[in-house]
Design a protein around this ligand. Structure first.
Ligand SMILES: NC(=O)c1ccc[n+]([C@@H]2O[C@H](COP(=O)([O-])OP(=O)(O)OC[C@H]3O[C@@H](n4cnc5c(N)ncnc54)[C@H](OP(=O)(O)O)[C@@H]3O)[C@@H](O)[C@H]2O)c1
Length: 343
C-alpha cells in the first residue's frame, strides 16, 4: 500500500482523539501520513511529538483553510462537529480538487449521531420506539423526515455533495459514547458528565418526564476501530457500502434515561457529590433553563427514544467487545472523573 495522506478534524476532542490514537496504533500506521486541523499552537506542538502534523485554523467557519487542507489529503476523518454543514461541504470540495489534481480516489468519513433517530416523547409531538437498522435506507429516512434537524441536514449534505463531486462518503452514527478515551487531549464524553454536573448543581439526579426513553451506547474504544476498519476497507478497495447506503451505526446495547440517572445518582452518592439516590423529574422548560440549551434540542438529547442496530457495521467486520455490563459499570469512573472538577 502506498502512503495515504489523512486529515482529521476534532483530534483534540473525545471522539477524534480516540480515532487518532487508533490510526497511530493500527497495523497500517506506517502507510499513513496524518495531519490534524487544530485551533491552538500548543496542540500543534503536542501532536508533532506524536508524528502528526498540526494545521492551524480559526474555527469550523474558516472554510478557506479547511478546503485547502482537504485538497492536500486523500481521506478526511471529520470528528469535530456533527452539526456544521459548511465545514463538511468545504472538506468534500477540497477532496474533489485532490481527486481532480491527482486522479486518486478520495473519501470523507463523517461523524453524525443517533439523535438523527430521536423522537419527542416529552412534549408528546411524536413517539417512535422503532428500532432502525443501518441496513435500512437511513438516507431516505433522513431525507423524508418531518422535522429539519442540524445533524440530518449535515448527513444529507455530506452524501449529496459527495455524490455530486465524486468523493466517496461514509457516515458513522454513534449513540451515547461512554468510557475513558485514549486521545492526547480530552478523554471524557459529554452526556453522562454533563448530566452529572447538572445533578450536582440541582442537588439531585433527575430525568425528563419519566425517563422512559431508550437509547443505545457504545464504548469509545469500540467505536474508534470502526473508523479504522472503514478506512482500511476503502484503501484496500473492499466493496463496502458508501454514499446513500454508507451510513453506519455503532451500538452494543440499550439503556433508558432513568437507568442513566440511577447510575449517576449511585456513583455520585459514593463520591460524596449527592446526599441520596432519589431521582427527580423535571420539565423541558426547567431543563432548558438549567442547561441554557434550547427546549427543542434538549428533548432530543436527554429525553427521547433513539434505537439503532449496527447490523451493517457488524456485516463489514466490526467486532466491539464491550456490552451492557461495561456500560452499567462505567458510571463509577465517569462520575469520579467529574468529581475531580469539584475538588
Ligand atoms: N460524545 C458523544 O457521546 C457523541 C455521540 C454522538 C455524536 N457526537 C458528536 O460528535 C462530535 C464530536 O464529539 P466529541 O464528544 O468528540 O466532542 P469534544 O470532545 O467536545 O470534541 C470536539 C472537537 O471538535 C473541535 N471543535 C468543536 N467545535 C469547533 C469549532 N467551532 N471550530 C474548530 N474546532 C471545533 C474541538 O476543538 P477544540 O479542542 O479546539 O475545542 C475538539 O477537537 C460532536 O458534534 C458531537 O455532538 C458525540
Amino acid at each position: 500500500m502506498s502512503t495515504t495522506k489523512i486529515l482529521i478534524t476534532g483530534a483534540t476532542g473525545y471522539i477524534g482523539g480516540a480515532i487518532l490514537s487508533a490510526l497511530l496504533n493500527s497495523r497500517d500506521a506506517k502507510n499513513y501520513e496524518i495531519s490534524a486541523l487544530v485551533r491552538k499552537p500548543e496542540y500543534v506542538t503536542t501532536l508533532s511529538a506524536k508524528g502528526v502534523t498540526g494545521i492551524l485554523f480559526q474555527s469550523l467557519d474558516d472554510l478557506t483553510t479547511i478546503k485547502e487542507a482537504a485538497t492536500n489529503h486523500d481521506v478526511v476523518i471529520n470528528a469535530a462537529s456533527a452539526s456544521h454543514d459548511q465545514s463538511a461541504i468545504a472538506i468534500i470540495e477540497g477532496l474533489a480538487e485532490r481527486r481532480k489534481n491527482t486522479g486518486v480516489h478520495t473519501a470523507i468519513i463523517h461523524t453524525s449521531g443517533t439523535s438523527i433517530l430521536a423522537d419527542r416523547p416529552i412534549s408528546g409531538e411524536w413517539i417512535d420506539t422503532a428500532i432502525y437498522s443501518d441496513l435500512d435506507d437511513i438516507y431516505s429516512y433522513e431525507k423524508n423526515h418531518r422535522e429539519i434537524y442540524s445533524q440530518r441536514v449535515v448527513d444529507l449534505a455530506v452524501v449529496e455533495t459527495g455524490e455530486k463531486l465524486g468523493v466517496t462518503t461514509f457516515i458513522i452514527v454513534p449513540p451515547t459514547i461512554y468510557g475513558k478515551g485514549n486521545g492526547f487531549f480530552s478523554t471524557i464524553s459529554q452526556q453522562v458528565p454533563n448530566l452529572t454536573r447538572l445533578a450536582i448543581k440541582k442537588g439531585q439526579a433527575f430525568v425528563l418526564g419519566k425517563g422512559e426513553g431508550i437509547w443505545n451506547h457504545v464504548h469509545i474504544l469500540d467505536l474508534a476501530p470502526l473508523y479504522t476498519l472503514i478506512l482500511h476497507s476503502f484503501l484496500t478497495k473492499s466493496p463496502i457500502p458508501s454514499g446513500k447506503p454508507g451510513i453506519y451505526f455503532a451500538e452494543t446495547g440499550e439503556h433508558t434515561w432513568l437507568e442513566v440517572s440511577q447510575g449517576i445518582a449511585k456513583a455520585a452518592v459514593a463520591h460524596g457529590l449527592l446526599k441520596d439516590q432519589a431521582i427527580g423529574s423535571i420539565s423541558l422548560a426547567e431543563a432548558a433553563k438549567e442547561t441554557g440549551i434550547d427546549e427543542r434540542l434538549i428533548e432530543l438529547a436527554l429525553g427521547s427514544n433513539s434505537r439503532a442496530r449496527a447490523d451493517l457495521s457488524r456485516n463489514i467486520g466490526w467486532e466491539p467487545s464491550r456490552g451492557n455490563l461495561e456500560f452499567y459499570a462505567h458510571f463509577e469512573a465517569e462520575v469520579g472523573a467529574v468529581a475531580k472538577e469539584y475538588k
